[in-house]
Design a protein. Structure first.
Length: 266
């Protein structure tokens, strides 16, 4: 890979665990952070305290000109009225979880540092990102969890009645948005999603069919505080970044299952 232009070396990509992992782009790098670091970007993934280092030390000493932040579109807007779905960026930011509150706080810091120190930023409010290389253990997304359990001949658990919806966006599409945001969308929060609501039941049915599994999911008690519906309007991303999602859920989830099959066979 050729070296990044000098102005790109002053880009910081920040977002902790939300910086998406990828496979086919950036010379098949293990994750976006490593890929961008190899291309000359400054990548901060160690926690929100790193943002303050980027903002103060980067802006004042190292000449960092921009932060691209992985925010959370699924939590940032809180409980969105059904009539306002898919959610756009004009909605009030009213997160109802500590995770969402922390994401909003970083966005507020970014705005302040832009005003005070001219440190540019773009905050990408990501929908539910999924794709190959996602860890099916710990706090992994449901797509990776389902993939690991379906291929391991283990039952998959659906909490509640499975009608809750999410907006699932494939990692390759998200990587493309990050690259575009390096030079566009200054000073904005921009939703990155498909605008399509998919219920957990629909997700399980799609993945079970692709995996060749004919078994119903196991139902468990609903988790308290879980948002019932979520989807993001990405019109601003198309306007400001020239970005649109191109991977549908069937294609993306099949890629995840293929990755796990290959890994399990090695």
């Amino acid at each position: 890979m050729s070296a990044a232009p000098p102005h790109r070396r002053s880009i910081a990509v920040f977002g902790g665990a939300d910086v998406p992992r990828t496979d086919p782009q950036f010379e098949a790098a293990a994750d976006l952070g490593a890929a961008l670091a190899g291309a000359g970007y400054q990548v901060l993934t160690g926690g929100y305290s790193g943002l303050m280092e980027a903002a103060s030390e980067g802006a004042r000493r190292a000449g960092t000109r921009k932060v691209v932040f992985a925010s959370s579109g699924g939590t940032l807007y809180g409980v969105v009225p059904d009539d306002d779905l898919p959610a756009n960026e004009s909605l009030p930011q009213r997160p109802v979880s500590p995770y969402g509150i922390s994401k909003k706080a970083v966005g507020d810091y970014l705005y302040a540092y832009r005003e005070l120190y001219q440190l540019e930023f773009t905050a990408l409010a990501l929908a539910n990102v999924y794709g190959p290389r996602q860890d099916p253990h710990g706090e992994a997304g449901v797509v990776a969890i389902f993939a690991g359990r379906l291929l391991g001949d283990e039952p998959c658990t659906v909490f509640g009645d499975g009608s809750q919806t999410r907006d699932y966006v494939f990692v390759d599409d998200v990587v493309d948005a990050f690259v575009r945001a390096a030079d566009k969308g200054n000073g904005l929060i921009i939703n990155i999603g498909t605008g399509v609501e998919t219920s957990v039941n629909e997700l399980y049915s799609t993945m079970a069919r692709v995996a060749g599994v004919d078994r119903a999911a196991t139902l468990a008690e609903a988790r308290p505080g879980e948002i019932a519906r979520s989807s993001l309007d990405a019109s601003r991303a198309e306007m400001q970044l020239g970005w649109k999602p191109w991977t549908d859920l069937a294609t993306g989830s099949a890629a995840v299952l293929d990755f796990f099959r290959t890994r399990n066979a090695s």
